[in-house]
Design a protein around this ligand. Structure first.
Ligand code: GAR
Length: 212
């Protein structure tokens, strides 16, 4: 739990933004536990930016620099967050690895959603990785972001069964539906319930948090 006042949230998204949409819908129903203030994208064509505008949420494209897999200079991104007094960053399909200074400034205050049961299948095309591996159960994970690929203390997970008549497409559709339920609920819990970290374990509960 962060503070008594409503947390100010920013979303980082690179593409379609269906997870942003789920977060924005929850926020507009007053169910997110915080206020969505801005969407930042590394891709000016990202549909997530259009979705943000439709929700009346500020849409920003800070500079990315020369590299494809990371931001060359994170300072303008950090400045944009500071100018808007952002408390928590929510990664929602943001496809670049982050480093200092963003990770340092938002340590413990940055969440990500990943479409696998981490630590299985980190990285790109996680649903395809799980499908090709032949798993019987997969799912999605919301976790705190640390300086490693799709890793960090787990806030919430949801399972998705792989059915006998599934195709990769039908599995993907159920995975996205599961993500859209999980992410807003996980954000709300993270923002509104006390928790502590016990090693890698994120433990919710007032008594537990007081002991930590
Ligand atoms: C989602 O499935 C999200 O979990 C995944 O990208 C997709 C974005 O969809 N993120 C990752 O793979 C991060 N490693 P969206 O743009 O429609 O929200």
């Amino acid at each position: 739990m962060l503070s008594a006042r409503s947390a100010r949230l920013a979303v980082f998204a690179s593409g379609n933004g269906s997870n942003f949409e789920a977060l924005a819908s929850a926020a507009s129903r007053g169910e997110l536990g915080g206020d969505l203030v801005a969407v930042l994208s590394d891709n000016p064509q990202a549909f997530a930016l259009e979705r943000a505008r439709r929700h009346g949420i500020e849409a920003l494209t800070p500079p990315t620099g020369r590299f494809r897999s990371r931001l060359e200079d994170e300072t303008p991104w950090l400045d944009a967050l500071r100018e808007r007094r952002i408390d928590v960053v929510l990664l929602a399909g943001f496809m670049r690895r982050l480093h200092a200074p963003l990770l340092d400034a938002f340590a413990g205050r940055m969440l990500n959603i990943h479409p696998s049961l981490l630590p299985s299948f980190p990285g790109l095309d996680a649903i395809g990785q799980a499908w090709r591996h032949g798993v019987r159960v997969t799912g999605c994970t919301v976790h705190l972001v640390e300086d490693a690929l799709d890793a960090g203390p787990i806030v919430a997970q949801a399972t998705v069964e792989v059915l006998g008549d599934d195709t990769q497409d039908s599995l993907e559709a159920r995975m996205h539906a599961a993500e859209h339920r999980l992410y807003p609920a996980a954000v709300r819990r993270y923002l509104t319930e006390p928790f502590r970290l016990d090693g890698r374990r994120l433990v919710f509960g007032a008594a537990e948090a007081a002991r930590g």
